[in-house]
Design a protein around this ligand. Structure first.
Ligand code: FES
Ligand code: FE2
Length: 420
């Protein structure tokens, strides 16, 4: 598979959340197809990554996630031990080996580049790859203001989808599908009256063509961000659209808005606060006030903060009110017709909150998250259509689906560039 040789070994990608390995000795295994990477937290609190293979005879050292309580990575096969920096610390029956076959260079775990940013652990299998910050280019200007580094997991779920990883993530690249796929979220849509192009084309957007990343740099549904002459809907105010969108995202995804902020919104409505041009600002002011009272370090609204962004090749997120709904899509077991998809709902919790290591939410909770369930169905159906003999080509709407072409252009470049 071309991507296996030229894409996954060359890009920076998210291997874990920092919370997955909170204490020294904690580890998590990250798999991307048949590549396995071991990510550990050292005694000094730093993150290190290694190819997950013993230097004796390649046995996988860490499986899934857990802890090396003694601070030693112990190979389950013949008991070789490694410290958390990857140096071999013990070889059982060392005298049985030729000394030059077991010197430090021969026995240290092979390192993988890693970095910590936005509360995430990133890895790059290419030892010569430029650092993560270079890879991200201008993107951090728009993502840093969200303070994702302060977020913790509200809920998380990993599912297998019967679709290629690219198809699975493209479903979250455009809002053109909202009207048909998420009727509860599109209560305002009425035929062609809903101005989808206001969201996808006219709303300020940053596209880093050369890097394949993109970011909407204003809240897509923030009335203040939409020019006056671009009404979303003829018969509903932009503030009404904001209200309905917030409701759908809370009730249908428990995401992009903390519960307490949702309650503030509903209280304002119950009190009769008018849903006019000022509503978004009133809500934001109340949310900021409540965050201070709850000791939640919510960042102040920032016109540069992105509402919706993508890091090439496989990380996408939506944000709002100190929360992020983040998606990661990746192939599984070298099967081009299936992928693993992670959904994380993140939010900034009160200072000092320890949510512990994230555990996946129950199936029945996830099944109630109808916003994501609706997308899931389409993704698998699209994969079936793509494999019919009748599928030959696509049509993309210039005004709504440009992000898909940006992604594929960069993907094609990477596959071509890394062909030597
Ligand atoms: S394979 Fe690890 S000690 Fe033998
Ligand atoms: Fe969707």
């Amino acid at each position: 598979m071309l991507e296996n040789e030229r894409l996954w070994p060359t890009v920076w990608q998210v291997a874990a959340r920092e919370e997955d390995i909170p204490r020294p000795g904690d580890f998590i295994e990250f798999r991307i197809n048949h590549y396995s990477i071991l990510v550990v937290r050292t005694q000094e609190g730093e993150v290190r990554a290694f190819h997950n293979a013993c230097r004796h005879r390649a046995t996988q050292l860490g499986r899934d996630g857990g802890s090396f309580p003694t601070g030693r990575i112990v190979c389950p096969f013949h008991g070789w031990q490694f410290d958390l920096h990857g140096k071999c610390a013990y070889i059982y029956g060392r005298q049985g080996f030729r000394p030059d076959a077991v010197d430090d260079e021969q026995t240290s775990l092979k390192p993988v580049q890693s970095a910590v940013k936005w509360g995430l652990v990133w890895v790059n299998l290419d030892p010569m790859a430029p650092p993560l910050n270079t890879y991200l280019g201008e993107l951090p200007q728009f993502v840093d203001p969200l303070r994702m580094d302060k977020m913790q997991v509200r809920w998380w779920k990993q599912i297998r989808l019967e679709a290629n990883w690219k198809i699975a993530q493209e479903a979250f690249f455009e809002s053109y599908h909202i009207m048909q796929s998420h009727p509860e979220m599109a209560l305002w849509a009425d035929g062609d009256e809903f101005r989808m192009d206001v969201l996808d084309a006219l709303n300020p957007r940053v596209i880093l063509h050369d890097l394949g990343h993109w970011a909407h740099n204003a809240h897509a549904f923030d009335p203040a961000a939409i020019p006056d002459d671009h009404e979303l809907h003829a018969s509903r105010s932009n503030a009404e659209v904001l209200l309905m969108r917030n409701r759908a995202m809370w009730l249908g995804a428990q995401a992009t808005m903390p519960e307490w902020a949702y309650e503030i919104q509903e209280k304002l409505i119950a009190e009769g606060v008018p849903v006019d041009d000022n509503f978004g600002r009133v809500l934001t002011a109340k949310v900021m006030e409540e965050a201070r009272a709850r000791n939640i370090p919510l960042p102040a609204p920032n016109p540069k903060a992105t509402s919706w962004a993508h890091v090439f090749p496989n990380l996408t997120f939506l944000s709002g009110y100190g929360s992020v709904l983040m998606y990661r899509s990746r192939p599984v077991a070298d099967d081009p017709n299936a992928c693993l998809y992670d959904f994380w709902s993140l939010e900034i919790m009160p200072e000092g909150t320890d949510t512990g290591r994230p555990v996946q939410c129950a199936d029945d909770f996830f099944e109630k998250m109808w916003v994501v369930q609706q997308d899931k169905g389409n993704i698998e159906r699209q994969q079936i259509g793509l494999r019919t003999m009748g599928y030959t080509d696509n049509r993309l709407a210039t005004n709504y689906e440009k992000t898909i072409s940006v992604f594929h252009r960069r993907l094609d470049q990477v596959l071509a560039e890394n062909s030597e």
